[in-house]
Design a protein around this ligand. Structure first.
Ligand code: BGC
Length: 443
């Protein structure tokens, strides 16, 4: 049996990622709490409730878990509605709380990457019109300035906005996220304002902290034609890729937002990105279907030979990870994988998914793509938005009733990778023998 090791570069960041609303619990002042309270919005009527109980202090034991299992970084987000519960009120205790958490990370050797917007908005902001309103960027910038002033001593790695593409598609083109509008005009206005908000915050952070590195965490979905021979499938896959994957980050290069048939100039966005953050989970095949008139005549489905996650939400397509990194590399900036993971309570697929995706990361590094770190989604099972508690993305499982953490085998797998800064044939043999031939072929 072949023996070999895939080594990662020195100084590589190995961590996991979380988001405030999904782990903190007791967030009363944001639009998601209100959304969860509406009947029929969340699968099984689930509520985030205590979530992982981080706000009462359980972050500390979870950061212990991360550090003890050799992670050296953590990505988390700051909840805007805690810092600014009302337009005229800044909650300094909440800021102290975040300061304590981030100091807690540093004390454990975890480099913080801080996200300023991860899907949730303060209720007051939503009631004013959310990201549709023209002055949304200024309001976001005020919040960000406050946070960055308070945390600049501890943090240099910032994500302004998590997955603006998912935020728009799920909340303004579909109805999974608040405000649940299907309105193309509103969707475009929100896209434009999110980019304006990002650009304003980028400039503010740079003014406060010269040595900062700032990016967006973009959800990259691999979108391929179902039939490579079909010009219409190819055209639709390209259209979907351009709209979903390209539009936001391209605007940071060109200053021109293009989305379907709509256009807007945002010149102030040019050059407002120091790294590319990639959230990669899966691939869809795109096929022309006359019946799918609501979805631009596009039917999407997973490749037939790909293993599916527990609820069929994610297909294991590791080549899509390489594809996303190749795409990110074209921006000529450092790259972080800001999220990647799979829902799998039984931990059946996760070991294989993790190893095969990290193998693709290694391949991309060997093409000299400047990849600086990998954040697994997620550290502990957490509240999965409209899917509630039905999906389990954690390395650690969570018993929502008792708050007990469950150590899945992937905890130890990831710990060994982080510790060795490498994937060895021995490790693959022990944790995911089914991936062995793929990673270490004999011929
Ligand atoms: C989001 C996370 C989410 C994860 C898994 C990403 O789109 O950034 O908040 O939990 O996917 O669904």
């Amino acid at each position: 049996m072949p023996q070999a090791t895939y080594n990662f570069p020195a100084g590589f960041l190995w961590g996991s990622a979380t988001a405030a609303h999904q782990v903190e619990g007791g967030n009363a002042n944001n639009n998601w709490s209100a959304w969860e309270a509406q009947p029929g919005r969340i699968l099984n009527g689930d509520r985030s409730n205590l979530a992982c109980d981080w706000w009462s202090g359980r972050w500390s034991e979870d950061f212990d878990r991360a550090a003890e299992t050799h992670q050296n970084a953590h990505r988390m987000s700051i909840e805007w509605s805690r810092i600014q519960p009302r337009p005229d009120r800044w909650d300094e205790d909440a800021l102290d709380h975040y300061r304590e958490m981030i100091r807690g990370m540093l004390a454990r050797g975890l480099t913080p990457m801080i996200t300023l917007h991860h899907f949730t908005d303060p209720l007051w902001f939503s009631e004013l019109g959310g990201w549709e309103q023209e002055n949304a960027p200024e309001l976001f910038e005020k919040f960000a300035a406050h946070v960055v002033e308070a945390l600049k001593e501890y943090v240099t790695l910032w994500v302004t906005i998590n997955e603006p593409n998912v935020y728009v598609v799920s909340g303004y083109m579909g109805t999974d996220f608040p405000p649940g509008k299907s309105d193309a005009q509103a969707a475009f206005a929100v896209m434009r304002n999110l980019i304006r908000g990002h650009a304003a915050v980028y400039k503010t952070i740079k003014r406060i902290q010269k040595n900062s590195a700032i990016g967006i965490a973009l959800n990259y979905r691999s979108l391929k034609p179902a039939s490579a021979a079909s010009p219409i499938d190819r055209a639709l896959a390209k259209f979907a890729h351009n709209s979903f994957n390209e539009s936001f980050l391209r605007t940071l290069k060109t200053g021109q937002l293009r989305f379907s048939t709509q256009r807007a100039g945002i010149p102030e966005a040019i050059g407002t990105q120091d790294f590319v953050g990639v959230n990669y989970y899966t691939r869809d095949l795109v096929q022309f279907s006359p019946l799918a008139f609501r979805d631009f005549f596009m039917k999407r489905f997973f490749p037939k030979d790909a293993a599916l996650s527990q609820s069929g939400f994610i297909a294991n397509v590791p080549e899509g990870m390489f594809e996303s990194l190749k795409w990110a590399n074209a921006f000529g900036l450092p790259i972080y994988i800001t999220e990647n993971g799979v829902e799998d309570a039984a931990d059946d697929l996760r070991p294989r998914y993790l190893i095969e995706h990290l193998h693709q990361v290694w391949r991309a590094i060997n093409f000299n793509y400047p990849i600086k770190g990998y954040f697994h989604w997620s550290l502990v099972d957490n509240f999965e938005w409209e899917r509630g508690w039905s999906q389990r993305f954690g390395l650690w499982g969570l018993d929502v009733v008792t708050q007990a953490r469950i150590r899945r085998p992937s905890v130890d797998l990831f710990a060994e990778i982080c510790k060795q800064n490498a994937i060895s044939s021995d490790l693959v043999q022990r944790y995911a023998p089914e991936s062995f031939n793929l990673l270490f072929p004999v011929n």
